[in-house]
Design a protein around this ligand. Structure first.
Ligand SMILES: O=P(O)(O)OC[C@H]1O[C@H](O[C@H]2O[C@H](CO)[C@@H](O)[C@H](O)[C@H]2O)[C@H](O)[C@@H](O)[C@@H]1O
Length: 318
């Protein structure tokens, strides 16, 4: 549980000018996952003549990590950058949050949204469902026709039940909060005294014993309960590309920006077959399936702005 949001510690420091072990580790890590800003020309040279599709995670990517999950607001600058980028590239938000919650935070109706780690997708109308059950025609809040795909819909009563049990079992643990993300549940321990982390983990594991059809994953100071289902953020990326009519094409470059373990499923899909480019948001070295890195949401903002500038400039050259 401790490693879920590593802090920077100076391991050794001989003098103020000499690099620490951390500095060296970070430098080596950056060689493996170069900055997407420093490598921007390389990325755009690869994107030339291709249709770029953007996939963005929310927490830790568009909004900074904060203690209170209900207050993880994105800045107006970020909102504007996402709005602008969506004018030029199909853009989707893929979050562990419930779809409604992330739409409320982002507030842009021109995007596609996948909530509950991709288990609740509102995307463009697809010509056919390609064998996907649980895919229905619906309308969004603006009355626009959309496709709604909820592969875990049968788990809804079970998720509601486990949510209530988790609220109950954690209510005595100071700082613990439980968030209902519709098709998954988050048990937050960021504000729990470290001495009680074992208690919270044991309590959650006890509940989980009653639910063999649910599994537990681990995010940034959060335990996440989700259905045992072969569906994740990577599958959601494939689903959305297919819905947009942009899968299996050499002329498409999907870019996925995310910070968390669940984003690795999407990085992996893009890495396999060299289909696109994953960008990990992290200031601390960690192994990833992404190709590039950005330190924090402020660098994500710069990257999004740069994409718009590049697109406008390349349109002028045509
Ligand atoms: O897929 P994401 O959009 O990155 O969502 C993953 C989880 O993000 C949220 O929790 C994280 O951010 C909180 C606010 O900064 C922070 O307090 C918490 O410690 C982090 O784990 C969200 O609350 C979860 O429900 C999402 O699953």
């Amino acid at each position: 549980m401790k490693s879920s949001s590593p802090t920077h510690k100076k391991l050794t420091k001989d003098s103020s000018t000499e690099p620490t072990e951390n500095d060296i580790a970070h430098r080596n890590w950056m060689l493996k996952y170069p900055s997407a800003l420093a490598s921007f020309e390389k990325i755009t040279s690869y994107a030339k003549g291709k249709k770029v599709v953007l996939f963005l995670d929310y927490d830790g990517t568009l909004s900074p990590i904060v203690d209170n999950p209900d207050q993880a607001f994105m800045s107006n600058h970020m909102r504007l950058a996402v709005k602008n980028v969506a004018k030029y590239f199909p853009t989707a938000i893929i979050s562990g949050r419930s779809r409604d919650k992330v739409l409320e935070f982002v507030g842009l109706t021109e995007l596609y949204y996948a909530g509950s780690h991709g288990m609740d997708i509102m995307g463009p109308v697809r010509p056919n469902t390609n064998g996907h059950t649980n895919c229905i025609r619906s309308t969004d809040k603006q009355g626009k026709e959309v496709n709604l795909f909820q592969p875990a819909s049968e788990f809804l009563p079970m998720i509601d039940e486990v949510f209530r049990s988790l609220v109950d079992i954690t209510k005595e643990i100071e700082g613990a909060t439980v968030e209902n993300n519709k098709f998954c549940v988050s048990v937050h321990y960021r504000n729990v005294d470290e001495k009680s982390w074992t208690t919270i983990a044991e309590s959650v594991h006890d509940i989980m014993k009653n639910y063999p059809r649910l599994r537990l994953t681990h995010g940034r100071k959060v335990l996440e309960v989700r259905p045992v289902l072969n569906w994740d953020k990577g599958k959601a990326v494939e689903f959305l590309l297919e819905s947009l009519g942009l899968s299996n094409s050499d002329n498409v470059l999907p870019i996925y920006v995310g910070d968390d373990r669940t984003d690795e499923d999407a990085f992996k899909v893009l890495r396999e077959g060299n289909r696109g480019c994953g960008i990990l948001v992290s200031s601390a070295p960690k192994e990833s399936n992404a190709f590039y890195s950005l330190r924090d949401p402020s660098e994500v903002l710069e990257f999004l702005k740069s994409l718009v500038i590049w697109k406008k400039a390349s349109a002028l050259q045509m």
